[in-house]
Write a protein that binds this ligand. Structure first.
Ligand code: PMP
Length: 312
């Protein structure tokens, strides 16, 4: 993966090589950081880079930081403007992934959240597919359990919690699967290692509620809204493992994963064993929406090159 040329670091855009932290940094040692993941989509016809739902992403980012008792004067609007400036400085003319990070920056020993210095950094990289097999993924149920709200809240993107996701992902990939689904402490399906999940049974989209130890995903919310556009009912409720074995279609959602079709679970075919019609329609609609080809959802997109100043 190529490195970025620049970073927003300690209040300004600097060459990436200058955005460095010391090995004693609190966040690096104790996982006391929160991050985001935002996509920018290149539209070659308009020669424009569209950031997808940056205000919603930065609202969640600031909520994750709040869980870690962080204080900042930044707003979703100010962070979006910095992102625009960073992307313009990079001059990207391709799909990108934007990574904001809020971290406890002190170089000290001592586990806590309070009385520490909070910093925000933002970087952006060219980016394409995350799950390589996004039309035909084979997933397994992880033997790991999802972190519980009373351990590390999954609803925010807290860096330390991603050790849980890393255990889940590595064991799945080493066993030959593309991804894993993980059960929460109640034994219900929560999500993937870095994706929310949807199953379709009898034409109804079913997804775990935000109280099931899931990240409050922006793509999940997007799909719920787009399902309405296609006239598909959506139900948020607990999902049993064996419902997944019996469902008609199954897909995972995420900024990186977009809408990834799952066609096999633990060597069992999902429905017909190929990507189903509802997943196919949602993927096509989603792609039009994120690239600015659907006027109804242009309000979710912030253009990088057409935005001159803080008019976001
Ligand atoms: N769950 C987890 C654990 C994730 O890391 C992600 C990726 N951010 C998601 C779900 C999907 O969230 P979003 O659609 O906001 O990217």
């Amino acid at each position: 993966m190529p490195l970025p040329n620049y970073a927003y670091f300690k209040g300004k855009i600097v060459p990436y090589s200058e955005a460095r932290v010391g090995v004693l940094t609190h966040a690096l040692n104790y996982g006391t950081a929160a991050f985001g993941g935002v996509r920018g989509y290149w539209n070659p016809d308009e020669e424009e880079l569209f950031i997808f739902r940056p205000l919603d992403h930065y609202r969640r980012f600031l909520s994750s930081a709040k869980l870690l008792c962080m204080e900042t004067s930044h707003t979703p609007e100010s962070l979006t403007q910095i992102t625009i400036d960073l992307l313009k400085t990079e001059g990207y003319r391709c799909d990108v992934y934007i990574r904001p990070l809020a971290y406890k920056a002190d170089e000290i020993i001592g586990v806590r959240l309070h009385d520490l210095t909070d910093e925000i950094a933002i970087t952006a990289l060219p980016f394409h597919l995350y799950v390589a097999n996004d039309t035909n993924a084979h997933v397994t149920f992880s033997s790991w359990r999802r972190i519980d709200d009373n351990m590390i809240p999954a609803r925010g993107k807290i860096s330390g919690a991603y050790a849980n996701s890393a255990f889940i992902k590595t064991d799945a990939m080493r066993a030959g699967f593309d991804e894993a689904l993980v059960l929460n402490q109640d034994g219900h399906v929560s999500e993937g290692s870095a994706e929310n999940i949807f199953m379709i049974r009898d034409g109804v989209l079913i997804t775990p509620a935000v109280t099931e130890n899931i990240l409050e995903g922006i793509t999940r919310r997007t799909v719920i809204e787009l399902a309405g556009e296609l006239g598909l009912p959506v139900v948020e409720r607990p999902i049993d493992r064996t419902e997944v074995y019996l469902c008609d279609e199954f897909f995972m959602t995420g900024t990186a994963a977009q809408i990834t079709a799952v066609t096999r679970v633990d060597h069992r075919p999902v429905g017909s064993g190929t990507m189903g019609p509802i997943t196919t329609r949602l993927r096509a609609l989603f792609d039009d929406v994120v690239r600015g080809r659907n006027p109804k959802y242009r309000h979710w997109l912030t253009p990088v090159y057409a935005t001159v100043n803080a008019a976001v």
